[in-house]
Write a protein that binds this ligand. Sequence first.
Ligand SMILES: Cc1ncc(COP(=O)(O)O)c(C=O)c1O
Length: 355
Amino acid sequence: MKKEIGYHLNPALKNIAAYRVEGGQQAEIKLNQNESPFDVPMWLKEEIMEEFIKEPWNRYPDILPYQGMHAYADFLGISPDSVMMSNGSNEMLYTIFLACLGPGRKILIPDPSFSLYEKIALLLQSQIVTVPMRADLDFDLEAIVRTAQDESVNFIVLSTPNNPTGKSLSFEEIRLIAHSSAAIVLVDEAYIEFSRQCSVLELIEELPNLVVLRTMSKALALAGIRIGFAIATPLLMAEIAKPKIPFASSRLAEITLTKVLANYSLVTDAVSYILHERERLYAALLDIDGVEPFLSDTNFLIIRVSDARALFQSLQSEGILVRNVSGYHLMENCLRFNVGLVDENQRLIEKLRSR
Ligand SMILES: Cc1ncc(COP(=O)(O)O)c(C=O)c1O
């Protein structure tokens, strides 16, 4: 008799689900994926396309996107051997997890955190050790340090500022974690441009077990082009990049990156606007009855309400798409939305006031 189809598949598939975004990806006011509200300006898109059109599209790009890696290394003022570029930081997460995990290996993940970490770790049949955030959604530093030692974990992943809580570890706290454990410590800085804390990039030389992850999908407004980076010592980078998919980044990604970095005032202006608007929104939310906002170090805000599911649906019926993050540990009845354009934010605030 023929065996069931599942018999031949990776048994870990039973424990994971395909990635999905509740409510979809289309809306009149779309605030559910922590994107930038500002598209790349048309004059810059035209410059990028002018260069991209000259490329031979029938030829493979370089095995690894060396031109993009050099451009980002120059921008950061570090050696290109310390930098790896990927097709979105998600691709780099898969690469690094493949390099660090497998059956019998242990990963420490603060909970709640970015859902992809758990998914990849489950797929690789690794043991997940979670460390709950505190009730105010802040990281529990002491528990992270203690658990990493007690459980002898191989790999620690810290999203800081954290998605979905919006909270951060400080520079010194990350330094302490990475010093107190021999594990590889991956610090996902997807939202660092919006943080009150500074980046740990400068700790790379001091900490041979540290990897920093960056994305161009948030502050750099390039979610559609798919660009991420990892930064580590050349020695560690040579190892963690071994599982990388060859030819994964297109020339379009490299050219776009180079042009956006050359016009970085576009990014700093957008970040200034988002920070200013985030504080204005936070103050407005504090004044709304039945809405409890949390302080955020990111481009999004978390609010707690009495019935998140009902509010999510009612906002959706008005064309406003946010993320219902109520399913996460400690985040019952919480919604998440990123800072949008002024009138988008205003419509959201008015809708929350009048509900
Ligand atoms: C913490 C964190 N890391 C990584 C990513 C993935 O970003 P991308 O693959 O677009 O670079 C996200 C996206 O929301 C995120 O929130």
